[in-house]
Design a protein around this ligand. Sequence first.
Ligand code: TMP
Ligand code: ASP
Length: 229
Amino acid sequence: MFYEGKAKKLYSTSDPGLVIQYFKDDATAFNAKKRGTIEEKGVMNNRMSELFFNLLERNGVRTHFVRRLNDREMLCRRLDIIPVEIVVRNIVAGSMAKRLGREEGEPLKHPLVEYYYKSDPLDDPLIYPEHAIEFGWATAGEIEKIRTMALKVDEVLSRFLDERGVLLVDFKLEFGRHQGEILLGDEICPDTCRFWDKQTRQKLDKDRFRRDLGGVEEAYHEMLRRVET
Ligand code: TMP
Ligand code: ASP
């Protein structure tokens, strides 16, 4: 093991270009000020990420995903992670609703791309892309590429989920460099996305844990059921 994060561990392999991503059941919120466990979360997020990464690859988005190895592990290309988290929003929710005093649920006319500096000690502050360029976290070319890829992810996932009765409210992505190429990394799952049922607007994501709404495991199972069909 060479890295342990809040929800995953990374292991090196005999191939320096490949790593194993292990999915834990640990759940945190508010930069780990709140901690808990979501039963079988690791298994569900591993499987859901596999489905989403395959879907994205089929639609021309290059990702770190190679293949799922077992219930909790996937084989991935090793990334030099760019410390900028990208959030794409289609509907107002979460920190954006709070920061700008907007009602949760207000649809946005166009998808909005936000950039956050990946730093636990600083609580991942919102930044301008210019900060990333100035401080050498990414080049202007990389920022442009990442933005284009993030909007493509939004388009592909929104359409796929819409057909399954789910609204893609917003989501967070991480990117990294691998052999001169920018790849989508991390995971795509109810930890990193907001999913609302299209009819009832019921939350099918980690907000159930963050906000103590109950039915956390059930929401993850329901999301997996929808994307598997
Ligand atoms: P936010 O509204 O709290 O900024 O969250 C935007 C999206 O990013 C939401 O889909 C959840 C996801 N997210 C993460 O993946 N990790 C985090 O640490 C936070 C705060 C949000
Ligand atoms: N990643 C967040 C944390 O730092 C949790 C969240 O998704 O809100 O604990």
